[in-house]
Design a protein around this ligand. Sequence first.
Ligand SMILES: Cc1ncc(COP(=O)(O)O)c(C=O)c1O
Length: 393
Amino acid sequence: MDGTRRVSRRGFVGGVTTALGYLTLEPSSRLWAQSVVGNAAPRAQRTADEYDTLAKLANNENPYGPSEAVMKAMQQSFKYANRYGYPEGGIVEAIAKHHDVKEENVMLGSGSGEILDVVCNTYLHNGRKILSSEPSYDVLYQHVTAFKADSIRVPVLPDFRQDIPGLIKAARTFNRDIGFVYLCSPNNPTGRIVTQREIKQLLDGIPEDMPVLIDEAYFHFVEDPDYGTSVPYVLDGRPVIVTRTFSKIAALAGMRLGYAIARPEMIRAMRPNATGTINAIVKYGGVAALKDTETQAKVKRVTLELRKKTAADLQSLGYAVIPSEANFFMVHLRRPVQPVIEEFKKKRVLVGRPFPPLLEHLRVSVGTADEMSRFLTAFKEIVPQARTAAKAS
Ligand SMILES: Cc1ncc(COP(=O)(O)O)c(C=O)c1O
């Protein structure tokens, strides 16, 4: 039997993520074929008063809320709340202009999460799998499971960067088994980017007709000059789908607006799988948000300052932090993360969920200065060595 394709299957229990298969290539490009059974845990039901008092550092949101200009645009569009056939405020045109593409290259989603769902539904037929990194945005893997499909996951490198040669090798090895490649950059949960050079390397190395979904949800927070958007590949005719969201930099997570940029024939293939229902108000908010670059620059500046300060504080307590280019970061706790998450919850600080296989790393979203100070206080109380280290310093 060909050793590179041998799959040893293990049983799994509902609700528990378990390796279904383990495929060996070289140590640096080990592949896992995994299935996640069951969906994410249901969201905790809280009263509004209770929710408002929490430090919310679990979902990589923008704590500052929509800008004044965005609020004004949304308020003015409330008059369409009772309509179906309302004027859409030019959102598709504004997105197309923003990226210098045609309107036929744009598809809206109720959040970019809907688009990820749609891409799965469109490209994971006939047992095709998603090829991606481990860890990466786990909600996508839940979509994959919902479509009863599998994933092939290439572990990230020791420095937590994505293993581009490993992904290329897997793409070539499993070629026709792959429905699409998913590349999240900056990657959630690590915050590490894939550089423009690496994206080119990937696209040059994989079969030319293999669809690649590049998730740029955290695009706006990146400082590294080696980073850039992959939209030009769409214009070059590559089967690349770029996704963006208004949930992060524009603070519209609760309003639900995201979009894909892709070749028109890919958009046409995907469209029947989308609900096509976006709320009237956020379309106006989105147009205003694209124009409001001043607020975006401010959010980026404050967020990165707080991220750097918190990371430095944790490092001075003796805890390593993965270098991030996003509005969140991971700290290495050197202990299982789940009980620590529970302890934070008791102190009314919500932090990120576990991201296997990094089960000793805690993902922390960057909130307001007050939230980050609550996080640090709780951290010193929960992680005893940190308290000792803090006293010693
Ligand atoms: C990497 C990534 N992609 C997509 C999403 C989905 O965001 P939304 O559906 O709010 O656009 C998220 C949300 O956290 C994310 O982290």
